[in-house]
Design a protein around this ligand. Sequence first.
Ligand code: PLZ
Length: 443
Amino acid sequence: MSTLPQERRVVTAIPGPKSQELQSRRTASVAAGVGSVMPVFAARADGGIVEDVDGNRFIDFGSGIAVTTVGASAEAVVRRASAQLADFTHTCFMVTPYEGYVEVAEQLAELTPGDHAKKSALFNSGAEAVENAVKIARAYTKRTAVVVFDHGYHGRTNLTMALTSKNMPYKQGFGPFAPEVYRVPVAYGYRWPTGAENAGAEASAQAIDQINKQVGAENVAAIIIEPVLGEGGFIEPAKGFLPAIRQFASDNGIVFVADEIQSGFCRTGQWFACEDEGIVPDLITTAKGIAGGLPLSAVTGRAEIMDAAHSGGLGGTYGGNPVACAGALGAIETMRELDLNAKAKRIEEVMKPRLTAMQEKFDIIGDVRGRGAMIAIELVKSGTKEPNPEATAQIAKACHTEGVLVLTTGTYGNVVRFLPPLVIGEELLTDGLDVLEAAFAAL
Ligand code: PLZ
């Protein structure tokens, strides 16, 4: 673990001279299609701080998109991954297996919701986990259709682009997309035409009606939903929506898949966000927070569903890499030891009242939502609910210039999201919120 001071510090223009130099090398050698939120290059990161090559220290409200939940150089992750690196980097689990993979599967069985028999398969990225959840659900049900939701995000591979709702930037020009994917409404409370209080019941009724009429429940292999929709704008489906969809899946022999890639592993103050409404998914996809920054993902679920794919039907060269598995065991150890679920709840306690107070002062903040350390504000044009992506971009830029790393999100690009590492100190949280408030005041 590094000894990075936990304080915001801006010592150059943003980006500084060294970042600018790297940026020109990058422009010459890295494909233009790969974007970056901030034009600064990282040198070190730890706790709640990312330090750039010019010595600027940013308060991290992004965690590398909800990944470094335990910090970007957590002691247990570094220790366990380093020890594994020294022993062996890779053998391929499909050639000669190793204990770390099995141990991660055991941890996943213990931590994910439900007390039924569970099994897991490990992969590299979130998208790969979602792809494999679909393969497994199809093998189990011997059906083909997959149902997803408005504002849903599941990845950038061909099948997961099809599953993803938003065209720009994820899909534009990259088709044709995989067939047998059907999209239905989600209970987006803030934008539900008859009001948030009706969204759960009405949206679930509409979704179920569309599935029955347009697809036929008997053709559906899987329903895939994020319990809190991440890239769609931190949308918490209105109360009652998830249980109704879960019940519909059970009644019709459909595999219910919770995509907890962004919301899982203590992010919302629970091990998994679906626990808040007592949902037990048949399959759950995880990635991001699972391994403290090392690339690892998983599909975990009912043993009889997970075992439906024939032997040799699942895998990949690197899936469940031993160093990534060691990192995951270190991350999970840290989550337990530091009680990061409690930390996530505390972050909500600090952030939500401040953001709600800002909403009262600045009428372009239309909504404050989220839970734990997965919090967002949705920006609108004054006195309307019309999305305000311009102000969102300006606020983000102003925060970046002052040394606060915030990310935006949302189908309409009008949501500022807060995903701090759960180990962030409270002074950094408060300082970051002060900077945000000043950005609104200056707008
Ligand atoms: N499912 C719910 O949030 C990744 C993507 C950012 P990968 N979200 C961040 C971007 O612009 O690429 C994500 C997710 C949910 C699946 C994924 C995909 O995970 O590890 O990026 O493949």
